[in-house]
Design a protein around this ligand. Sequence first.
Ligand SMILES: [Zn+2]
Length: 147
Amino acid sequence: MQVNWPVSDFPRLRDSLHANTGTINCELEGIPEQLGRRALRLRLSGTLQLTCQRCLGELAQAVRVDEVLQLAETQAEIDAELVNTEAPERILAGREMQVHELVEDELVLALPIAPRHERCAGKPSGAAATKQSPFAGLKDLMHGRRH
Ligand SMILES: [Zn+2]
């Protein structure tokens, strides 16, 4: 299965984005068996338009995710194995909503905490500076972002 998801379909990314544009290419591939269970390989690629924390300009950040996820048939099966933190992440089979949520999770995890240009193009323009509220950093703190 291969889907191109618009970045605007992921509301939890919105706060981190400079622009809500682009698409995430999502590839789901069944793996016949892993540790006796069905598994999926999830690959994501795309570019997110983040905000440079130094000049507040737009910063194109390439995102690459490549994960193997085991499929569980029931929620009970997942709950029973929650204690085993070494096990690969499990998802319920055949639920598109859950795949969407999972993709969103992976994207949130792939975001850098403080994205910065290697070399900022110039001084912040008036337009870029007004886009970002002076309290944006404070908001991040209050949301407890620390990864
Ligand atoms: Zn910059």
